[in-house]
Design a protein around this ligand. Structure first.
Ligand code: CTP
Length: 407
């Protein structure tokens, strides 16, 4: 990657000490890094540390450097802005577009991609005000990295811990690469994500452990690469990405209706959702009660349609179909055989084989997949769900129809 001009905004949270690692990695990767700390950040890390590590002068005061119009110059020159840690206060200010300090001015004056790594106590992260501000930023295309779940400053733990510096740096650089790579511009992409739920009665359902993280990452990655994305979201446990047309569904039949409609004329359909193969034969109108003296309950299930196979076996000229295979098979060779069988049985063009288990695959931030085509193994990807998303698109993009030039 060529040398980038990167602004690292550091705000006033204890994780500010870890931001030094973010600055250092970016400098060692050859980038020109300009640190813009808030006053609060300087209570946690000293300016000399930031100047030494970034190898550039560090400015804080809005009223210094007025002759060179510094309050807008830093943002205008940036190729990327990373804010780590981003406190709840800074996130609120960014959402509102406030510019009462140098960092606020820098962000408003910039057209560069913005990547933020929130860090705060769990209660603050879960507070509806913070959640609404984060959703606003996501909607505007800001990339949110983390927060991770783990030990916080005190004895408490939960979501709110700043992601590790190497994860933030990788996500930030991937974001710039993705924005530079507009290979899906003009393409229409449909992604299914999450897991379907099949109701038994008004209070219960049969579901699965898919969180939707991998599908959401694919939707975000495709959008960053210029596609117009429809995300068919089945009971997501993660926030849906900004800038996509979101269609919420719950059951397999609802997902089928939504994807069949959206897939018509699409260039790429990625079926990342975990779809229930069976649904209760009937849905009880009232809560199913225990019967006195019974020692079990037998449910009658009926087959759901195989949605991917339905699309794969219908004429779909010009639409590249990517399926997923979730397998618990431990043996690698056997796993690939199962994948190859599914690719053929479903009439998909590509199949992303993903091992799942009690601790693998579901709800995690990282993933390990093999991408199969009719020719065999095309790629193996391991890493964050976002980097795996880009690798899947790297394989898919050159295979899209050539009937129209991407605009
Ligand atoms: N899929 C689908 N409709 C279904 C079941 C699965 O469209 N009723 C899609 C999934 O979205 C995924 C692919 O098919 O892209 C494979 O899903 P998976 O659960 O691995 O396979 P199944 O077909 O359910 O096969 P099995 O459960 O027998 O392994």
């Amino acid at each position: 990657m060529s040398r980038l001009n990167i602004v690292v905004g550091i705000t006033g949270g204890i994780a500010a000490y870890k931001a030094v690692g973010v600055v250092r990695s970016l400098v060692l990767a050859g980038h020109d890094v300009h640190v813009v700390p808030t006053d609060g950040a300087l209570r946690f890390v000293g300016r000399p540390t930031l100047e030494a590590i970034s190898r550039n002068p560090v400015h804080v005061d809005l009223y210094e450097g007025v002759a060179e119009v510094r309050h807008v110059a830093i943002g205008q020159a940036a190729d990327l802005i990373v804010i780590a840690p981003a406190t709840a206060n800074t996130i609120a200010k960014l959402a509102a577009g406030l510019a009462d300090d140098l960092l606020g001015n820098t962000v408003l004056a910039s057209e560069a991609p913005i990547v933020i790594a929130p860090a705060m106590h769990t209660e603050m992260w879960l507070n509806p005000a913070t959640a609404a501000n984060v959703a606003t930023l996501r909607e505007r295309g800001v990339t949110i990295v983390g927060p991770a779940v783990g030990q916080l400053t005190g004895t408490d733990s939960g979501p709110g811990r700043m992601e590790e510096p190497d994860v933030i740096v990788a996500a930030a650089l991937a974001r710039v690469e993705a924005s530079a790579r507009r290979d899906l511009a003009g393409r229409r992409v449909v992604v299914t994500a999450g897991g379907t739920r099949e109701p038994l009665d008004p209070v219960r359902f049969l579901g699965n452990r898919s969180s939707g993280k991998q599908g959401v990452a694919i939707a975000e990655a495709a959008r960053a690469r210029g596609a117009q994305v429809t995300l068919i979201a089945a009971n997501l446990e993660v926030a849906s990405p900004g800038g996509c047309d979101i269609r919420e569904v719950s059951t397999a039949l609802e997902l089928q209706a939504a994807v069949t409609e959206a897939a018509s004329g699409a260039d790429l359909v990625v079926m990342a959702a975990a779809v229930a193969d069976y649904r209760p034969a009937s849905i009880s109108e009232s809560k199913i009660k225990k019967q006195p003296g019974d020692d079990g309950l037998t449910l009658e299930l009926v087959r759901n349609p195989d949605i991917l196979a339905g699309l794969g076996h219908a004429p779909h000229d010009g639409t590249l179909l990517v399926g997923f295979a979730a397998e618990t098979e431990a043996d690698d060779e056997r796993l690939l055989e199962l994948g190859a069988g599914k690719l053929e049985a479903k009439g998909a063009d590509l199949l992303v084989v993903n091992r799942v288990g009690w601790t693998e695959g579901f709800a995690r931030d990282d993933n390990r997949v093999v991408i199969l085509g009719n020719e065999g193994v095309l790629a193996r990807a391991i890493g964050s769900k976002m980097s795996v998303a880009h690798e899947i698109l790297d394989v898919a993009a050159p295979r899209l129809r050539e009937t129209h030039e991407p605009g």
